[in-house]
Design a protein around this ligand. Structure first.
Ligand SMILES: Nc1ncnc2c1ncn2[C@@H]1O[C@H](COP(=O)(O)OS(=O)(=O)O)[C@@H](OP(=O)(O)O)[C@H]1O
Length: 227
């Protein structure tokens, strides 16, 4: 799942490593050991915005490498809204949810990427974190996965030749799924059509996020080109 740098409250909390002590030891017993030459990976989008996550993950292993997939916060917000709308068609419009009080022009500022990243940087050096661009995962999946493979110290096995662009879906797909000779695209929930949002609202959101984006670029040392 792609994690927005400026997500709202996570739609679903994955318990992940946030387990009680006895559950943790059960999990340890259930999890196969990582053998030499193997890498254990775990993905939970809500970790990025969970206050306790950096300290707990660092206590588990200081050497953990962290990969964060980020995306233009405005598109991310609309994508999140689209997902909620698909489950609860009766929710208010994006426009009315965006502003706490639209006439006063107040935007919900209770979260920001820079703030969350700051929490992580107290426990992990920046070099142990990789920020993957959600936009480039679509426009250049092999390039972005090349960065991931380098970051993990892996040989670049996944390259351009593994992908083709499916115009109908608007997404890259794998030419062959693992263990199969058939192409494989992401599921139905990826690449859903977003609702049309009032241009003025989008514009105001863009203006709102600009300074946060710049701060995020500075902190990560990477311009994601959202502005
Ligand atoms: N691999 C990959 N590459 C590019 N983009 C991706 C990828 N995986 C997920 N996405 C996009 O992320 C948005 C949220 O998807 P999620 O995976 O969180 O959906 S879900 O919560 O699991 O239903 C959703 O964005 P939109 O489709 O624009 O709404 C997904 O399409």
């Amino acid at each position: 799942m792609l994690q927005s740098p400026f997500p709202g409250p996570p739609a679903h909390q994955d318990p992940g490593i946030f387990l009680k002590q006895n559950q943790r030891s059960e999990l340890r017993d259930l999890m196969p050991r990582t053998l030499d030459g193997q890498i254990t990976m775990e993905k939970t989008p809500s970790y990025f915005v969970t206050r306790e996550a950096p300290a707990r993950i660092s206590a588990m292993s200081k050497d953990t490498k962290l990969i964060v997939v980020v995306r233009d916060p405005v598109t991310r917000a609309i994508s999140d809204y689209t997902q909620t709308l698909s489950k609860r068609p009766d929710i208010p419009t994006f426009e009315s949810l965006t502003f706490r009080n639209r006439s006063a022009g107040l935007i919900d500022t209770s979260w920001s990427a820079a703030k969350h990243l700051g929490h992580w940087l107290r426990h992990f050096p920046l070099g142990q974190m990789l920020f993957v661009s959600g936009e480039r995962l679509i426009s250049d999946p092999a390039g972005e996965l090349g960065r991931v493979q380098d970051f993990l110290g892996l040989k670049r096995i996944i390259t351009d030749k593994h992908f083709y662009f499916n115009k109908t879906k608007g997404f890259p797909c794998l030419k062959k799924a693992e263990g199969s000779s058939k192409p494989h695209c992401l599921g139905k929930t990826k690449g859903r059509t977003h609702p049309e949002i009032d241009r003025e609202v989008v514009q105001r959101l863009r203006e709102f996020y600009r300074p946060f984006n710049l701060k995020f670029y500075q902190m990560t040392g990477h311009d994601f080109g959202w502005d």
